[in-house]
Ligand binder design. Sequence first.
Ligand SMILES: O=C1O[C@H](COP(=O)(O)O)[C@@H](O)[C@H](O)[C@H]1O
Length: 256
Amino acid sequence: MSEASVAVHADADLLAQAVAARLVVKLLDAQADRGQASVVLTGGRIAAAVYRAVAALPAHDAVDWSRVDVWWGDERFLPAGDPERNETQARAALLDLLPLDPARIHPMPASDGPDGVDPEAAAARYAEELAAAARPGHATLPHFDVLLLGVGEDGHVASVFPEHRVHYESRPVSAVRGSPKPPPVRTTLTLPAINTAEEVWLVASGSDKAAAVHMALDGAGPVQLPAAGVAGVSRTLWLLDRAAAADVPPRFRSLR
Ligand SMILES: O=C1O[C@H](COP(=O)(O)O)[C@@H](O)[C@H](O)[C@H]1O
C-alpha cells in the first residue's frame, strides 16, 4: 500500500486537462512495459471533464487503444443507455471517439441486462467477468494500471458510501441498495478490490469537496469516510483543484 500524495491545479478545467495528460502518459507507459494497459473508470462531473479532455488531447493518438482494457469502478443500476449511467457518460465523452476493441470494454451490467433488475446477480456477473480476465493461478481480479475515483461531498468513492453495509462485503463487487445519492440501486467495486490497482487517482474539484478531502487525508476511518480507505499498490494520488484543496492537512502542502 502506498502513501498518499497530492497535486493541486488552479481550477477544474486545468485539473481535468492535467489528469487527462497524466492518463495518456500512464497508458503509454503501461503499454511500453506490459504490451497492454488497463484503466478503471468512474462517474461524476469531474470525471466527465477528464474524459472530454482526453478526447481533445492530440497526444491520445499515441496510445494503442485496441490494447486498452476499460473497466468501471461503479455503476448506477439503470437500463442500458440511460444518461445517468456512468457507462453512458464515458462512452459519449470519450469511448465512442476512440478505436477501442469492443471486447475490451467491460461495463457493469445494466438493469435491463441478462440479470434483469437483480443488482446482486449483476454484481456477481461482473465479478465473474473480472475473474475471467485475471492472470491464471492468481487472484480474482485482473491487473489495473490505473483506477480513477471521484470523491463525493460525503467522502464516498465509487459507490462505497459512509456507514453502508457494502463495507462488510467480502466479494470484490457488491450490489448497493439504499444509496444516499440517487439512483438508490448501484453496483460497485469494494475498497479491497479498488486497492489492488497499481495506481489509484482520486480526483476532486470544488469547495464542496474540501471537507471530505481534509478528513480523508487527516486520518478519518474508512467506514465513516470511504475515501480515507483508498490506497493504490504503488501510488495513491489526490488530484485536486484549489477549491477542493483548501483544507489539505499541512503535511501534504509541500507536495502541492
Ligand atoms: O454517483 C457518483 O458520484 C461520484 C462523485 O461524483 P461527482 O459528480 O460529485 O464528481 C462518482 O465518483 C461515482 O462514480 C458516481 O457513481
